[in-house]
Design a protein around this ligand. Structure first.
Ligand SMILES: [Zn+2]
Ligand SMILES: [Zn+2]
Length: 183
C-alpha cells in the first residue's frame, strides 16, 4: 500500500499511522508546530507527546481536532490548487449563535441557573466525553455530568468573551480562553 494518501487523510507525524477522514486527531497548541509547512498532526495524545522532547515547548498541550471528510478535503485541495487566495470560508465554530428555544435535551440544566436569557443547554458532546472517560479510566459516565460540565464551559466562555472585549475584538480567539491552571 504505497499509494500515498489513499488510505486516509494524513499520516500521524509520530507513528506514521494514517489518520482517517473524519477521524479525531490531535495537534500541538504551539503555533510553530502548526505552520503550514511543518504542520504536525498526531493520531493520539501519546504520539503528540513524542515530539515534546524535540520541540522543547515551554508550555504546551494537545488539542483535539477532527479530520475533514474526504469530500471536504478534496474541495480544500482543489481550492488551494486553483489559486492561493481561495475564498476563506467563515469559520463557524467561533461564537456560533443558535436560537433553539425549544426543549433542551434531557440531562440539561442540572442546576438552578439564574442567567435566564442565555441558552443553558448541554455544550458537551456526550459520546466523546464518555469515550474519553472510558479510555482514561474504564469508568462509565452518568448523563448528569453533562449539565455541570456545561456550566463550567459557559463560565470559561464568558471569561474568554471578556478577554476578547478587553482586546477590542468581537471574535473570541483561542488565546482568549483562560489557560488551564495546572502547573
Ligand atoms: Zn500516531
Ligand atoms: Zn509542539
Amino acid at each position: 500500500m504505497e499509494a500515498e494518501g489513499a488510505t486516509g487523510w494524513k499520516k500521524c507525524s509520530a507513528c506514521k499511522k494514517s489518520i482517517d477522514f473524519g477521524a479525531a486527531y490531535y495537534v500541538c497548541n504551539v503555533s510553530t508546530c502548526n505552520r503550514k509547512r511543518t504542520a504536525l498532526q498526531f493520531c493520539d495524545v501519546s504520539c503528540w507527546e513524542v515530539h515534546l522532547p524535540v520541540a522543547r515547548h515551554r508550555e504546551s498541550w494537545a488539542e483535539e481536532r477532527r479530520a475533514p471528510s474526504q469530500a471536504e478535503a478534496a474541495r480544500l485541495a482543489a481550492a488551494e490548487a486553483s489559486g492561493q487566495s481561495a475564498p476563506r470560508k467563515p469559520r463557524r465554530i467561533i461564537a456560533e449563535k443558535k436560537s433553539t428555544p425549544a426543549a433542551s435535551p434531557p440531562g440539561a440544566g442540572g442546576g438552578a441557573s439564574s442567567e435566564s436569557a442565555l441558552p443553558q443547554e448541554v455544550l458537551i458532546v456526550a459520546s466523546r466525553l464518555k469515550e474519553y472517560i472510558r479510555a482514561s479510566s474504564g469508568y462509565k459516565t452518568s448523563e448528569r455530568v453533562l449539565g455541570p460540565l456545561s456550566d463550567i464551559v459557559r463560565e470559561i466562555a464568558e471569561e474568554a468573551i471578556r478577554n476578547a472585549r478587553a482586546d477590542g475584538r468581537m471574535t473570541v480567539l483561542d488565546r482568549d480562553v483562560p489557560k488551564n491552571p495546572r502547573r
